[in-house]
Structures are given as structure tokens and as C-alpha cells.
Design a protein around this ligand. Structure first.
Ligand SMILES: C[S@@+](CC[C@H](N)C(=O)[O-])C[C@H]1O[C@@H](n2cnc3c(N)ncnc32)[C@H](O)[C@@H]1O
Length: 236
């Protein structure tokens, strides 16, 4: 295993990726960028964080954004005044697009480069559904989150959820005429095609996923709406 991070100047300096593991592919990353502009994404993350009442939390919380991609959730945390920010993602390409004060690590969420009980909050805005093995990899990622959080620390998650709204969006995105009419739907469909295997497995196992969260965290908020699971849990 090798390790690396991007230093404060954005220079790759260390990496922490299991040998042989690849990041998301180029076609997926291209569709991801077409789906939302950075501005749209930051506005979405701000809305979510406000829904979780993040504006009421101390601004010196040590926060790690897992599966941080190009770092727009880190921008949202920063805009809300949080100052102790770090990010983790497998894709060096996406991380290198982030410009901001957070320290970012090219690393695997199943093997975090942090000490035990060293962080106050871990956040995920869409990432767990990319893990190859639903039960074993999700268990690894959640166990790592529980290891790294301080007692009383929180896990904040937003992940796709198989609500009627999501099924409707998928039906629309699969329609080639609608894809031609909407770049967003076309990009959504491309994303789906490239992550279908893990994504469909994730969508089909809501009970298992909720049980795994509840085994490790005390649930503070749990809401299923607009095709997403919104979850906030505390490490006891
Ligand atoms: C749907 S994107 C979400 C990115 C970001 N959370 C956002 O909403 O902008 C999923 C991200 O997870 C990353 N990823 C996939 N598997 C990972 C793993 N095992 N550990 C860390 N990051 C991973 C991918 O590189 C990708 O950037």
C-alpha cells in the first residue's frame, strides 16, 4: 500500500490507496461534471447542511468529508464558517480540482488515514453506494467511521434512496427523447450506466443498510425524501 495527500498548495504529496484499486473511470467523471455545475452543487450542499441544522454546530468541529470528489461540499462547509476541514477521495483527478483551505487525501474510505477518536464529524454526500461489496465494504467503511470519530462524534450521510421520486427520475432518464431534451437527464443516465452494478445493489438493500447504521450509531435524524436518505448518527 502507498500513501499520499495534497498539501495546502494543492501539490500531491502523499497517497493512501490500496494497491491495484482504481478510481472512478473517465467517462463517469465526465458525466459527473456535466450533471451539475460547481455552483449548483455547492448550493445543494448548503441546503442539505442547513437541513441537518449544521448552522447550530460549533465552527471548530474537526470535519472530514469522505468521498469528497472535487470538494464542493468542503466549499459549502467553509461557506458556513467551519474551519477544521479535511477531505478523502480515491480520485486524485477530482481532488486536484478542489481549491480551498481543506487538507485533502487520496485515500480509501475503508481504510482512513486518521487516528482513532480524532474527528468530530464525518460527512458523506453520495459515496457509499460506489463500494463494490455492499455488506463487507459498507461494514469496513462504517467501522472505520466509528473508529475515527470521537465519542459523541457524528456521521452525516446523504445517499441515493429508492423512493417513488427516484424511480420516476430513472424512468424519465432512460427515455432517449427526454435525454435529448435535457442535458441533465442525459448526464444522470450516463452516471447510472457507469455505476449501475453497485448503485442497484445499494438501492435494493435499504433494510440491511439502515440496520448496519443503527448497529454502530445512535440515530439523530433519518429521513427518506426526494430520492435520498438523509441520516445523522452519533457514536455513543
Ligand atoms: C458520486 S461521487 C460523490 C462526490 C462528492 N461527494 C460530491 O457529491 O460531489 C463518489 C465519489 O466517491 C469516490 N470513491 C469511490 N470509492 C471510494 C472509496 N473506496 N474511498 C474513497 N472515495 C471513493 C469517487 O472517486 C467519487 O469521487
Amino acid at each position: 500500500m502507498s500513501t499520499s495527500t495534497l498539501d495546502d498548495l494543492g501539490t500531491p504529496e502523499l497517497v493512501h490507496v490500496t494497491e491495484g484499486q482504481t478510481c472512478s473511470d473517465d467517462a463517469w467523471e465526465a458525466a459527473y461534471k456535466r450533471f451539475e455545475t460547481p455552483e449548483e452543487e455547492i448550493a445543494k450542499f448548503l441546503t442539505r447542511l442547513r437541513w441537518f441544522d449544521a448552522e447550530q454546530w460549533p465552527r471548530d468541529l474537526e470535519i472530514v468529508e469522505l468521498f469528497c470528489g472535487r470538494g464542493n461540499a468542503l466549499v459549502a462547509w467553509d461557506q458556513l464558517g467551519f474551519s477544521q476541514l479535511e477531505g478523502v477521495d480515491l480520485s486524485a483527478t477530482l481532488i486536484s480540482e478542489y481549491e480551498g483551505p481543506a487538507r485533502c487525501y487520496v485515500a480509501d474510505a475503508r481504510e482512513l488515514p486518521f487516528d482513532d477518536a480524532s474527528k468530530d464529524l464525518l460527512a458523506v454526500h453520495g459515496g457509499l453506494h460506489h463500494l463494490p461489496e455492499l455488506v463487507s465494504d459498507l461494514a469496513k467503511a462504517l467501522d472505520e467511521a466509528a473508529r475515527v470519530l470521537r465519542p459523541g462524534g457524528r456521521l452525516l450521510l446523504v445517499e441515493p434512496w429508492n423512493t417513488p421520486f427516484l424511480r420516476m427520475v430513472h424512468a424519465a432518464a432512460a427515455n432517449s427523447l427526454l435525454q435529448k431534451a435535457s442535458d441533465k437527464l442525459e448526464a444522470f443516465q450516463q452516471l447510472y450506466v457507469h455505476e449501475q452494478e453497485t448503485y442497484d445493489r445499494w438501492r435494493s438493500q435499504p433494510t440491511v443498510i439502515l440496520e448496519m447504521l443503527r448497529e454502530r450509531f445512535d440515530t439523530e435524524k433519518c429521513s427518506e425524501r426526494w430520492g435520498k436518505l438523509y441520516y445523522l448518527g452519533r457514536k455513543s
